[in-house]
Design a binder for this molecule. Structure first.
Ligand SMILES: Cc1cc2nc3c(=O)[nH]c(=O)nc-3n(C[C@H](O)[C@H](O)[C@H](O)COP(=O)(O)OP(=O)(O)OC[C@H]3O[C@@H](n4cnc5c(N)ncnc54)[C@H](O)[C@@H]3O)c2cc1C
Length: 284
């Protein structure tokens, strides 16, 4: 299928992008195009104007500033995958990257596009939640920052307003006691996950504190499993505690085209067992 006809405008400034979104109610921002163009081709959406933001300067940097890692919205997945800064200071993102689609998709797709698109089976929104990260957006009233926890509102729905451009995401930089874990089950490597888990914690003696388990592919957004988090926090983790955390998994997945709800729940337990092992490993 071919997309319905649309106008195209390449903008070089954030202000112009925001203004164009205000003037054209049915316009869409174009970043890497790896999700948007597919929806156009399948006629799932038919905007009258595409506003190409790839020419806006200053949105493709990766930097550690103090205790924070900032990643510009136009950073490509492949750029993040190769980044020293991300490998050292945002190890959860580094672990997740190779699971996003295939090389060709990672060469074009952007981190900002992935977060703004908010696919419930996508890796990055779950990582952002697991890391308690935040999102910067610029709209008609200027810049604002939104915590990840309040950003993902529902299926492909975020706190971004119709005239907002996501400009960056920010994550706490990993420290010596940061522990992260990531695993997903997909039919083929690079497919969207049937179920996935992004997790972070702080090493605390022989155990873990501040455990954050962010599952994806199990709801309309990434979902924190708070009872399982509590079951894993504090004290050494042995098989008995791990079994208790799996039994406590507070997830309520629905059947989808990939798997039944019961299978997803079972797979979530399998992933928790794998990721708990990663969380207990010291950073190298
Ligand atoms: C075959 C295939 C497999 C894939 N597999 C995976 C996978 O396993 N995991 C995964 O996470 N993704 C996967 N993707 C999607 C890929 O990661 C996309 O790149 C990503 O979801 C969207 O990023 P983009 O830059 O391409 O955004 P675009 O497609 O350009 O835009 C997506 C949406 O976000 C909006 N948008 C983009 N940038 C901004 C911004 N800065 N501010 C506000 N709104 C914005 C657009 O208007 C549009 O509505 C796959 C894609 C394909 C085609």
């Amino acid at each position: 299928m071919k997309p319905a006809s649309f106008a195209y405008k390449k903008t070089r400034s954030l202000e112009e992008a925001v203004a164009l979104l205000g003037e054209h109610k049915d316009a869409r921002l174009l970043a890497g195009g790896q999700s948007l163009i597919a929806t156009l081709n399948m006629r799932l959406s038919a905007p009258n104007l595409l506003i190409d933001i790839n020419g806006i300067g200053g949105l493709n940097g990766i930097a550690k500033r103090g205790g924070t890692v900032e990643i510009g919205a136009l950073v490509r997945h492949a750029q993040a995958e190769r980044s020293e800064t991300i490998a050292r200071h945002a190890p959860l993102i580094a672990r997740a990257m190779p699971h996003i689609g295939h090389v060709a998709i990672r060469n074009r797709g952007t981190l900002g596009g992935s977060i703004a698109f908010a696919d419930p089976a996508a890796e990055l929104p779950a990582c952002l939640m697991a890391l308690d990260g935040e999102v910067d957006a610029t709209g008609p009233k200027g810049k604002r920052t939104i915590k990840a926890e309040g950003f993902f509102k529902g299926l492909f729905e975020t706190a971004l307003g119709p005239q907002d451009v996501l400009t960056a995401i920010r994550l706490p930089a990993a420290t010596a006691d940061t522990r992260v874990g990531f695993a997903e089950l997909a039919r083929r490597h690079g497919d969207y996950a049937i179920v996935g888990l992004a997790a972070s914690a702080r090493a605390d003696g022989k155990g873990l504190a501040d455990v954050r388990l962010s599952f994806f592919g199990v709801g309309s957004t990434a979902v924190r499993a708070r009872k399982a988090e509590a079951a894993l926090s504090g004290g050494a983790i042995d098989d008995k505690r791990l079994d208790a955390a799996i039994a406590a998994l507070d997830l309520d997945p629905h059947d989808d085209v990939q798997a039944t709800a019961a299978l997803k729940k079972h797979l979530a337990g399998v992933l928790l067992r794998r990721v708990a092992k990663q969380l207990l490993e010291a950073r190298t």
